[in-house]
Design a binder for this molecule. Structure first.
Ligand code: ISL
Ligand code: CA
Length: 539
């Protein structure tokens, strides 16, 4: 096995993790402060969301300088100290590689607004017809894909926010710059990259797209052959020279393309994040939620377990609502038990587990009451669009509440001190009021806490070949429970997960390796929201 298969990854959204200098914004020194906490959790890799200079329209995903640290987060010396502090604890660090677009404040883009500039072709500058944009594409963030620029007398393309112009990979100079940036961070000691929306980087054509409810035009840039060529190039020229790994964020990806991207002999990426399981509580698009159904989740997960040899497993990230609020039950009665069920699921699937900050203490969706508290550009755009369509305020708010990316971006709840111990100042985004009940300090003390359960699971995964490298087999997946097996030579484990508020009879036998309720024997009755791992059961 590779080190990136054995280790567990922890994702940090630096802005909301830990504020060291008390200015309300999380920072690199804050992360250093918490490395021992992460070590004790048992993780082996940190994925750091973007920490580069950024005007923060999309909080770091709009980069204005790829080789410097956003002063809000610290300095390059802080970064070097962080790398060293990680190395001391045998923790590897991977960076976020955001190369589909830059910020509109990036010098390349500023220059490119001049039609004569050598940077002109770094982006897509096109003439429209009759005051209309060059094509009919629509963006990921509920707005048009083109902005007209007076100075340039032309339109530029942006698949995300207006302030995130897309880079043009038909221009070889762009790729050279990206290679240089990658080497820069790898030379500083980074051990790889999470590659932002990597399967949209190559625009094969700029022709009109088939009209669709979302992402009109995407057939011209989703997973095109040109993407494979670029990734092979980056791998050959840069990545293969280092002991590092990549995980691609791949939107609307099919298993076939994912297999191609990850096939060792093709030398492109090592793993991908797929989204099918995140869509199991949605109608068509994320803004229309339907009731969660564990059977659908099980089938989506099993589908990818079967199709790929190795998965990047996750239930949360900085773009998604909190899993306990979404797939579990965040009411006081079932909050703890359902969070443990989800923890068991995440840590016992075949693949590399990715834990998102706060997931390990069961943090929940925000309790905000108004749009004023929302910081996310996507949510603001969606609200604006919905308003334009005449959708009443109450319905709009309901939509935002369930789907906003800010659900995952409330400050990490460290203690019940003011501002959840996140900051001594006023946080850039409101803290959840439930921090008095849900916080790290309390869970450190409580042997039955979600946090301590995560620690146990991570240890278990490291010590059981069946969990590390065993085959996966879905036995059962329905509204009430998910049952699957992991097996490797002599060892076979059966994982029973209840998604029900009622007890249920599930006939399985074998000694208990771990149960979320703490019991040591299993009598055929699964308790409400209980997780049980049994030894040696054959199906
Ligand atoms: O956020 C989403 C669902 O809520 C996705 O549509 C998301 O925009 C998509 O997965 C791409 O995400 C990545 O690139 C974006 C950035 O805003 C996200 O934070 C990042 O994870 C643009 O860089
Ligand atoms: Ca700070």
């Amino acid at each position: 096995m590779q080190w990136w298969q054995e280790r567990v990854v922890y994702q940090i959204y630096p802005r909301s993790f830990k504020d060291h200098n008390k200015d309300g914004v999380g920072d690199l020194q804050g992360i250093i402060e918490k490395l021992d906490y992460l070590k004790a959790l048992g993780i082996g890799i940190i994925w750091l969301c973007p920490i580069y200079c950024s005007p923060n329209v999309d909080y770091g995903y709009d980069i204005s300088d790829y080789k410097n640290i956003n002063p809000e987060y610290g300095t390059m010396e802080d970064f070097e100290e962080l790398i060293e502090a990680c190395q001391k604890r045998d923790i590897f660090l991977i960076m976020d590689l955001v190369i589909n677009h830059t910020s509109d404040q990036h010098p390349w883009f500023c220059e490119s607004r001049d039609p004569e500039s050598p940077y002109r072709d770094y982006y897509f500058w096109l003439q429209g017809k009759d005051q209309k944009p060059p094509n009919n594409w629509t963006s990921f963030f509920a707005e048009d894909c083109w902005v007209y620029d007076d100075r340039s007398n032309a339109w530029y393309l942006h698949l995300f926010a207006k302030q995130q112009p897309d880079l043009n990979y038909h221009n070889p100079a762009v790729l050279e710059k990206i290679k240089d940036i990658m080497r820069f961070w790898l030379d500083k000691g980074a051990r790889g990259f999470r590659c932002d929306v990597i399967n949209v980087i190559y625009k094969e054509s700029l022709a009109n797209g088939k009209r669709k409810l979302i992402l009109t035009g995407s057939e011209h840039y989703l997973s095109r052959p040109g993407m494979h060529i670029i990734l092979k190039h980056l791998n050959r020229e840069v990545l293969s020279q280092y002991d590092c790994f990549t995980v691609g964020e791949t939107v609307f990806i099919t298993p076939q393309v994912a297999r191609d991207l990850c096939a060792p002999e093709r030398n492109e990426l090592n793993m991908v994040f797929s989204f099918e399981h995140m869509e199991t509580d949605q109608y068509i698009v994320k803004w229309f939620k339907r009731r969660f159904h564990a059977g659908r989740l099980a089938r989506a997960l099993a589908h990818w377990q079967k199709e790929l040899d190795w998965n990047a497993n996750y239930l949360e990230n900085h773009d998604q609502p909190r899993s306990v609020s979404r797939f579990g039950d965040d009411s006081p009665r079932y909050w703890q038990s359902s969070a443990k069920v989800l923890a068991t699921l995440l840590l016992t699937l075949r693949g590399t587990p990715f834990i998102y900050q706060g997931e390990e203490i069961g943090m929940t969706n925000f309790d905000y009451t108004s749009m004023e508290q929302i910081r996310d550009v996507e949510s603001r755009n969606v609200d604006r669009l919905a308003k334009k369509l005449g959708i009443p305020k109450k319905i709009r708010w309901n939509l935002i509440r369930k789907t906003s990316r800010d659900n995952a971006r409330t400050p990490m709840q460290w203690s019940d001190e003011p501002e959840a111990g996140f900051s001594g100042g006023t946080p850039w985004i409101d803290v959840h009021h439930n921090y008095h009940q849900i916080h790290v300090a309390q869970q450190e003390k409580d042997p039955d806490s979600i946090l301590n359960y995560y620690r146990t699971l991570i240890r278990l995964r490291a010590n059981h070949p069946a969990l590390l490298s065993g085959d996966f087999l879905l036995v059962e997946g329905n509204r009430k429970r998910i049952v699957f097996e992991r097996s490797e030579k002599e060892e076979k484990l059966t994982i029973l997960l209840s998604f029900s508020k009622k007890k249920q009879r599930v006939h399985r036998m074998g000694p208990v390796l771990l149960s979320s309720s703490g019991r040591l024997t299993y009598d055929g009755i699964l308790l409400p929201y209980e997780a049980v791992i049994l030894r040696g059961e054959t199906s």
